[in-house]
Design a protein. Structure first.
Length: 305
């Protein structure tokens, strides 16, 4: 009798244990179906906590070795490595042989813009400085077109086109200013001393506009045929009449040449003459190092000899 009652009690305990196991299993299933770290949106959709944006102070660090990403106006993403880099325009300082001259009237350097530059480079305001002596000079402004011996107006910044060069003379300018050579500049060299000399092929007097319409006789035209390129006549024959003499004086010279030809396609030459305005030489004859510096003191080119 006692044994039967004990068996019933044991069966009840086993049943209770099974029920508890089933309840526990059901609880575990419900937990795994809903992640406690997820949140629900207003539409009832689950949103993972891994999408939560960290505060700025706790964002993952992207070191200098990683590229940053920006969005262009077209909406495409572009890394720093893919961005077009600004052009570094190249310019070269040269002329050690002429820099060694101890006569300031003959001492000069040459500055040349690289032919691969895509646009002009400004040289006015750049500094030339000797590392050895500390001597320095600032490249001045100049005139693109000298229209007369008086040179009215104000000089402007000098720019070198790709492949263009500038002679940087230590001395003062024979015409008081720096200037760009043109097809009429040879006239200036007739009466003034330039180092290096200014040569060129000026338009011939006999081909100048206006000759056909002028009231010039054959004797005058024959004389004009003999006038050399870039030469202003200084000894016009007295046998020529007044009309001829006046025509030659007014039309065969630098100013008249510029007025007639400054609109020509090939009027301007590929060389500037820049004058630093010094009365003593600037550069050493040996063991010299000359730096070309920009306005921030960065070295653009160096000449050593």
């Amino acid at each position: 009798m006692i044994s039967s009652q004990q068996n019933k009690g044991n069966s009840a305990i086993i049943f209770l244990i099974i029920v508890m196991l089933l309840v526990g299993y059901a609880f575990l299933v419900s937990v795994t179906q809903k992640n406690p770290t997820d949140t629900e949106t207003k539409d009832g959709e689950k949103e993972s906590s891994s999408n939560i944006v960290l505060p700025g102070a706790f964002k993952p660090y992207s070191g200098s070795g990683q590229s940053t990403t920006t969005t262009t106006t077209s909406g495409t993403k572009q890394t720093d490595e893919q961005k077009p880099k600004p052009e570094i325009k190249k310019i070269t300082l040269s002329g050690s042989s002429s820099a060694k001259n101890t006569d300031p009237n003959k001492e000069y350097l040459t500055l040349t813009a690289d032919t691969k530059n895509s646009s002009p480079i400004k040289i006015s305001g750049l500094k030339l400085k000797s590392v050895a002596s500390g001597q320095e000079a600032i490249i001045p402004k100049g005139f693109k077109t000298l229209t007369s011996t008086d040179f009215p107006g104000q000089p402007t910044d000098v720019y070198l086109d790709p492949g263009q060069k500038a002679i940087l003379a230590t001395t003062k300018s024979p015409v008081s200013h720096s200037f760009l050579l043109n097809s009429c500049s040879g006239y200036l060299g007739q009466f003034l001393n330039f180092v290096p000399s200014i040569s060129g092929s000026c338009p011939l007097a006999k081909n100048e506009v206006g000759l056909d319409g002028a009231k010039l006789n054959d004797e005058c035209l024959n004389y004009i045929d003999t006038i050399r390129s870039c030469q202003r006549p200084t000894d016009i024959p007295v046998k020529l009449n007044g009309i001829c003499r006046e025509f030659v004086n007014q039309n065969i010279n630098y100013g008249a040449c510029v007025n007639l030809h400054q609109q020509d396609v090939n009027f301007y030459k590929n060389e500037w003459r820049i004058y630093l305005g010094r009365t003593i030489d600037l550069w050493k004859t040996s063991r010299e190092e000359i730096n070309l510096l920009d306005e921030n003191g960065n070295i653009l080119s160096t000449l050593k000899y």
